[in-house]
Design a protein around this ligand. Structure first.
Ligand SMILES: [Zn+2]
Length: 578
């Protein structure tokens, strides 16, 4: 009875969510337009549709197979999709209408390529991208072999999906076994799920009649196996080519000599604070961070050599799987707005430079708060040039802050550095440059992870912001304020709990499980793990209930702790050059 109630409740909530999305799918009118039609292999159409004033419309066939349609509705909310700058591009991988200026040649045999293409267009700040049902369009064959690759592309873990689906299936089966009359109600609800989602909406999947309890085990098998996408194969090839480079360097010691004085205040009273491993890529090595007892500065000691940093950064930002990194950075918009709003009471900047800008997601968000401000970005990686091409910033500077210091001097009303100083070898030198580049009356905005946050000490290496081996220095806010004052910058505002993100428990669990689950071999981790899939599946299955607990702790204990103490896992500081 309880199990049945649970099943019915979960099914109902999911049906309501997906149904409301499906019913909001627009149906395109027939008619010719100036758009070009791109189709996947096997998709047939004798009709044409009017895409209106959109630059790209993803075409959804009415008869899109059930699994494809459910996955699509899981990743896109058609009601908000077009107007939401932050919604990632989504595609049914069947056909698109696109204006010539955005058209590309896309591999028609790999469904993830069509998704990647729609994403690239949607990422343009000025592109209008929509999704709609195209009546008369006949869906092509749905290759379930690509399902896992498609899930990975939208930042989901196939093994986590399988584990979740199996738990649901087991609960239904248990309900039938334990108390069959009520169990049949649970089974009926489970069975009816897809029918309830699509009845009365513009979608009529052609395989809706296949019973869910038959389809689902087949789907586990298909999702567990599966092909690699073209992009994944390309990435694997890149990694393969890097293998000799890694082989040559594995086993080297990249640590410099340990320092016995604090780089911030010179004190020799130091404590070992964190001992950590590379939990993200799992490159070999042990890293330690010390804390100065006098001033509370925390830093990597011994620090990595330049060569060592090269070793650990290599293949990181794409090796991690760019989609999951991207999902992390583009998902949370609140910090972007929060930073821009912190500046609002003091000045309305005409020109703003964001140093360490990455993909310039911050600039995109800040522009919504400060529409009249021109944003430029500076970073070492190619992403910054991409950000300019996509219209997120006006000017991209690719290189180090030092390289451009002369050219940038006096040109910006605000310079910002968000989660940047902890990555550099000498944060004080960066502050020197910032103080020099800013004109009088200019503002410097800094956001950093807060080494004084209690959960940081508690979670040890599993506290995400320690982020070894990349993070070099973690400055307490008072030290930063003093360092700025020494350079003629007066702090005008600080935010602590307001800069906090309630995610410490969840991210720590993610790192913990990620460290326990075996990984596919990489050039820096060549050994094959026996029964990798099975073990990975077990770790994530056991991890699912723990995730609910972690999220609950974040929303209660973590939130309360931050509000109560006015502290958090990050802080912001705004300073004026007088
Ligand atoms: Zn110190």
């Amino acid at each position: 009875m309880i199990l049945t109630a649970l099943v019915v409740l979960v099914v109902l909530v999911d049906v309501l969510r997906l149904r409301s999305r499906a019913s909001k799918l627009r149906v395109l009118a027939m008619g010719a337009g100036e758009h070009k039609l791109l189709t996947a292999t096997g998709v047939r159409s004798e009709d044409s549709w009017d895409a209106g004033d959109a630059d790209l419309v993803d075409l959804v066939p009415r008869d899109l197979p059930t699994v494809a349609a459910l996955d699509l509705l899981g990743s896109v909310d058609p009601a908000k999709y077009r107007s939401d700058r932050w919604a990632r591009g989504a595609s049914a991988s069947q056909a698109v209408l696109v204006r010539d200026e955005y058209a590309e040649t896309v591999d028609p045999d790999d469904p993830t390529e069509l998704v990647a293409f729609v994403r690239r267009v949607k990422d343009h700040v000025h592109a209008e991208v929509d999704i709609a049902v195209a009546p008369g369009l006949k869906a092509g064959p749905h290759d379930l072999g690509y399902r896992a690759a498609t899930l990975r592309q939208i930042g989901k873990r196939p093994s986590l999906w399988i584990a979740g689906s199996m738990i649901g299936y087991a609960v239904v089966a248990a309900a039938v076994v334990v108390d069959w009359p009520w169990g049949l109600v649970a089974l009926a609800a489970y069975w009816a799920h897809p029918v309830l989602v699509f009845a009365g909406t513009p979608l009529r999947p052609r395989d809706l009649w296949v019973p869910r309890f038959v389809r689902t085990p087949y789907l586990w098998l298909k999702t567990a196996g599966g092909k690699k996408s073209t992009a994944e194969l390309r990435q694997a090839e890149t990694l393969k080519q890097a293998a000799p480079w890694y082989t040559e360097r594995l086993g080297r010691d990249y640590h410099e000599a340990r320092r016995d004085t604090c780089p911030s205040c010179g004190s020799s009273d130091l404590r070992r604070w964190v001992t950590a491993h590379d939990l993200v890529q799992r490159k070999p090595g042990t890293f330690t961070m010390d804390r100065c007892v006098r001033c509370a500065h925390v830093w990597q000691n011994p620090r990595l050599s330049e060569e060592g940093l090269g070793f650990y950064y290599r293949d990181f930002y794409d090796g991690l799987g760019e989609s999951s990194a991207d999902a992390v950075f583009s998902g949370k918009t609140a910090p972007y707005y929060g930073r821009a709003r912190m500046v609002e009471p003091f000045t309305t900047p005409a020109r703003w430079l964001d140093v360490g800008s990455g993909h310039a997601h911050f600039c995109l968000g800040a522009k919504e708060v400060l529409p009249d401000t021109a944003f430029d970005g500076l970073d070492q990686g190619a992403a910054i040039e991409d950000a300019a091409r996509l219209g997120r910033i006006e000017q991209a500077y690719r290189g180090s802050f030092k390289d451009f210091a002369g050219e940038l001097k006096g040109r910006y009303d605000v310079i910002s550095m968000h989660h940047y100083l902890e990555h550099v070898r000498d944060p004080w030198e960066e502050l020197d440059i910032a103080a020099d580049v800013l004109p009088e009356g200019g503002y410097l905005l800094i956001e950093l992870p807060d080494p004084e946050w209690r959960l940081g000490r508690l979670f040890g290496q599993y506290w995400m912001p320690w982020f070894q081996p990349q993070h070099q220095h973690m400055m307490p806010i008072d030290n930063l304020e003093h360092a700025l004052a020494d350079r003629g910058l007066i702090t005008v505002a600080r935010e602590r709990s307001k800069a906090h993100l309630c995610n410490d428990f969840t991210l720590a669990l993610l790192l913990f499980l990620g460290a326990k689950a075996p990984r596919t071999p990489a050039p820096w981790r060549p050994e094959r793990v026996r029964l990798r899939r099975v073990r990975s599946f077990l770790v994530w299955t056991l991890g699912i209930p723990a995730f609910f607990v972690a999220v609950a702790l974040d929303q209660t204990v973590n939130r309360f702790l931050a509000a109560r103490t006015d502290r958090g896992n990050a802080y912001r500081l705004l300073a004026l050059k007088a």
